[in-house]
Design a protein around this ligand. Structure first.
Ligand code: ADP
Length: 489
């Protein structure tokens, strides 16, 4: 009966408050006697005997948390209190164990004749949100620590490419505060010669979501030279729909590697150039010597000189290959192009190879001849390379097949061998510079791993394609195409 009376004196529509999606309570007088709690209040603050009880009795754990002084202030000043994500330790289960909770709390005074009589408490629990936010902050901090401990520059960008973070290494290496950069973009401190290609490639990645990867020079401090070579990479972070959410990038110092690569290229260029003259001389003298010995009937000496000449021919072609590599690297490989019959060249090249190959028969299957327009000597070099590889990598067999065919626009040449073969994952790699398949078998074959690289450069530059098909242990087929020369009438 007393409780009913209490409820009536609240002058609030209790039915409505019961449905509000917040914890609501009404307390009366300066002892904060509970007059109303909605179901959510009991759920959030614990199922207790609230009605008719003073606040301090219901929540003894608030005594040390300054909650009552907040209430006292509202009561005396008549001003509402608003607390955002307010920490409150709560004995929710009534077992004496305190739980740290967070609330958006509004305490509103209800006055009668200008005097505060009651307080309306409106609380929304935000514990999960606060803990999640805290976790995110902690994770972010951990990632930042991780990024700062890296020897590389680490950066992140928004999906539109706008850089929003650099780790500490950035400032250490570039001497620039990221905020001083226009739009935060690292493009501004690139070596002028690298800027436009980097800008284009980065915009392409931002537009397509493709991985960004470039070698470029950036302005650095405390380095011998004003610009340092870096490998710049950025990977897109995509959501489940495949849309880019963010970019995570790095700058890795590759300066020493680039310098060494440059020195290696220089050395190769100088060494092969310097070797060429004496080797050409030795070859000429050895051939003269061979002729003299043959004419004089010195059989043993002639046989030795024939062998010596074979080795000198090998040496000459090695020096030639090294020179070609440097020409490709410097963009100086030139082509002396003319129109010629493709099959005629194949015949000529195979005849030459037949003379040197004692073990292998070179069979020919040639389709109707077509004209091509290319550097005849360079194409012969490719055919020679494919045939000599076919011979070299099928030491236990004695047959090689050279086939030609054509379509309206292309001629094809394929060289089949029945030797050691190549694993599928190496098909593209064998055309790379200095790449040699490593394995017990392969290690026994001599070579530098440059013949196919030169061949593929020649074929690409002449408008064709080159590829390999192979089964390990069964043999390989190396093919290339060249465009047909259509004579204009
Ligand atoms: P090299 O033969 O001097 O090593 P190449 O550039 O001509 O260099 O060939 C690259 C690699 O490709 C070789 O080391 C070899 O492992 C592989 N290869 C080339 N041709 C064949 C072939 N016909 N059969 C099997 N492996 C081959």
């Amino acid at each position: 009966m007393a409780l009913d009376m209490d409820r009536k004196r609240n002058y609030v529509p209790e039915d409505l408050l019961a449905k509000v999606p917040a914890a609501i309570a009404m307390v009366e007088g300066s002892s904060y006697i509970f007059r109303f709690t909605n179901p959510l209040y009991q759920e959030v603050f614990g199922k207790k005997d609230y009605l008719g009880k003073p606040g301090r009795e219901v929540f003894p754990e608030f005594n040390s948390q300054g909650i009552w002084s907040i209430f006292d202030k509202i009561f005396s000043s008549g001003e509402a209190f608003i607390g955002k994500e307010m920490p409150i330790e709560l004995d929710r289960k009534g077992d004496g164990k305190l739980e740290m909770c967070y609330f958006n709390l509004v305490v509103q005074p209800i006055k009668k004749h200008g005097v505060v009589k009651r307080l309306l408490i409106h609380a929304v629990e935000k514990t999960d949100l606060v803990l999640a936010k805290r976790q995110i902050k902690e994770d972010e901090l951990a990632y930042k620590h991780l990024a700062d401990s890296m020897p590389q520059i680490v950066w992140t960008a928004q999906s539109d490419g706008h850089v929003d973070y650099y780790n500490k290494k950035w400032k250490e290496i570039t001497g620039i505060d990221p905020n001083e950069l226009n739009n935060n973009s690292w493009i501004q401190i690139l070596f002028p010669g690298d800027t436009s290609i980097c800008r284009e490639t980065w915009s392409h990645s931002v537009n397509t979501g493709d991985i960004f990867e470039m070698e470029a020079r950036i302005r650095t401090v405390n380095t011998k030279e004003p610009y340092t070579w870096f490998l710049i990479r950025a990977l897109p972070v995509k959501n489940e729909n495949g849309t880019v959410q963010k970019w995570v990038g790095t700058f890795t110092d590759i300066h020493d590697y680039k310098i060494m690569q440059h020195q290696k290229e220089n050395f190769l260029a100088v060494a092969s150039h310097e070797l060429k003259t004496p080797v050409t001389g030795i070859k000429a003298y050895a051939q003269i010597l061979e002729t003299i010995c043959r004419n004089k009937g010195y059989k043993e000496e002639t046989a030795l000189l024939v062998m010596m000449n074979k080795q000198i021919t090998r040496l000459t072609s090695l020096v030639g290959d090294l020179l070609d590599i440097t020409k490709i690297q410097n963009g100086k490989m030139e082509f002396d192009e003319s129109a010629f019959d493709f099959n005629e060249l194949i015949l000529e090249a195979t005849e030459q190879m037949k003379v040197t190959s004692t073990q292998h028969m070179i069979d020919l299957e040639l389709s109707k001849g077509k004209m091509v327009y290319a550097d005849r000597n360079r194409i012969r070099q490719v055919i020679n390379n494919l045939i000599s590889n076919a011979i070299k990598y099928s030491p236990d067999k004695n047959k090689i097949l050279v086939r030609s065919s054509s379509t309206e626009n292309d001629v094809f040449l394929c060289v089949d061998d029945y030797g050691i073969g190549i694993a599928k994952d190496q098909f593209e790699k064998v055309f790379e510079q200095f790449y040699r398949v490593t394995g017990d078998k392969q290690n026994t074959f001599p070579g530098l791993g440059i013949g196919l690289y030169i061949s593929s450069e020649i074929i690409k530059r002449q408008g064709g394609k080159i590829w390999v098909e192979s089964i390990e242990g069964k043999g390989s087929t190396f093919c290339f195409t060249l465009p047909v020369y259509h004579i204009k009438r």
